[in-house]
Design a protein around this ligand. Structure first.
Ligand code: MF3
Ligand code: CO
Ligand code: CO
Length: 263
C-alpha cells in the first residue's frame, strides 16, 4: 500500500471545484427541508434524488456496506448515523448531514449542522465553536505548515472552551477516491507530520463533544455515539492546498454554511 500523499494539478482543481460545489449545493437546500417532524430517511431520499438529478453518485451508498446515501447524525450521534424512517426530528434536535458526491469520478465531501425548529444556547454554542474549529483548522492548511498544526490548533481552541475532540475519526485525503492519505487528525502536536504542499487535497472534519471524547459504535456496525451520551457536533469541508494558502471546494453557494435559523 502506497502511503504517500498524492499531489494534484490545475485540471484536478477544476474537477474538485465542480464536485465540491455540488456537495455544497445539496447542503444549501436542506435548511428549508429540515424541520421538526421530518425523518432522517426523508432527508436521505431528498439528497439521493438531487444528487442523481445532477448526474452524480452518492458516495456513501454501499461504501463498505453503508446502506444509505448520506449520513444523518442526531444529537449524541458523533458520525455515520444511518437514515431511518423511524428517526423523527424533534424540536431542538441538532443533526449533522454528511454529503459526499462523486461527480465525473471526483469526490466532494462536506457536512454541516442543522437544527429542527429552535434549539437552546448550549446546543447552539457547541455548533458555533465546532464551526469555528473547522475554520481555524482550514487557516492552518498552508504550504510550509505541517499537517499536525491543523489538529493542534483545533484541539487548543475546543479545549479552551471545555469541549473535547473525538479521537477515533479523522479527515482524509480525497480526490478520485473517497479516502486516501493523509489522515488529518483533529488533535495533536504543532510541527508534527508531513509538510503541506500545493496540490494536496484533503478534508478537515472535526467532531467536538460537550462531554468526554470517548465514543462507541452501535450494533449496526456504523453509528458512532458518545459514550457518556453527551451532545456532539461536526462540520466538514474538502480543501486543496494552493501556492499561497488553500481553496475550499465545498463552500456554500450562498454563504449559508452555518445554521441560519436563530436561537
Ligand atoms: N463522508 C464521511 C467522511 O467524511 C464518510 C462516510 S462513509 C459512510 O469521511 F460509509 F459512512 F458513508
Ligand atoms: Co470526509
Ligand atoms: Co463526510
Amino acid at each position: 500500500m502506497n502511503n504517500s500523499i498524492p499531489i494534484y494539478h490545475k485540471d484536478d482543481f477544476k474537477k474538485m471545484r465542480e464536485a465540491g460545489r455540488l456537495a455544497a449545493h445539496i447542503l444549501d437546500q436542506l435548511y428549508e427541508l429540515i424541520q421538526t417532524g421530518i425523518s432522517t430517511l426523508e432527508i436521505n431520499d431528498f439528497c439521493h434524488d438531487l444528487i442523481i438529478k445532477n448526474n452524480a453518485i452518492p458516495a456513501p451508498l454501499n461504501y463498505k456496506g453503508f446502506p444509505k446515501s448520506v449520513c444523518t447524525s442526531v444529537n449524541h450521534v458523533v458520525c455515520h448515523g444511518i437514515p431511518n424512517e423511524k428517526k423523527i426530528l424533534n424540536n431542538g434536535d441538532i443533526v449533522n448531514i454528511d454529503v459526499t458526491v462523486i461527480l465525473n469520478g471526483w469526490y466532494g465531501d462536506s457536512s454541516r449542522m442543522f437544527v429542527a425548529g429552535k434549539t437552546n444556547k448550549k446546543n447552539w454554542d457547541l455548533m458555533k465553536i465546532t464551526y469555528e474549529c473547522l475554520h481555524i483548522g482550514i487557516k492552518e492548511a498552508q504550504p510550509g505548515n505541517h499537517l499536525g498544526d491543523i489538529g493542534y490548533k483545533i484541539q487548543e481552541y475546543a479545549e479552551s472552551k471545555k469541549y473535547s475532540v473525538v479521537r477515533d475519526f479523522c479527515g482524509h485525503g480525497i480526490g478520485k477516491e473517497f479516502h486516501t492519505p493523509p489522515s488529518v487528525l483533529h488533535f495533536g502536536n504543532f510541527g508534527e507530520g508531513p509538510e503541506l504542499k500545493p496540490g494536496m487535497f484533503f478534508t478537515i472534519e472535526p467532531m467536538i463533544n460537550l462531554g468526554d471524547w470517548k465514543i462507541k459504535i452501535l450494533n449496526d456496525g456504523w453509528t458512532a455515539v458518545t459514550k457518556d451520551k453527551s451532545l456532539s457536533a461536526q462540520f466538514e469541508h474538502t480543501i486543496g492546498i494552493t501556492e499561497n494558502g488553500n481553496e475550499i471546494f465545498t463552500l456554500s453557494n450562498n454563504n449559508t454554511d452555518f445554521p441560519i435559523n436563530d436561537l
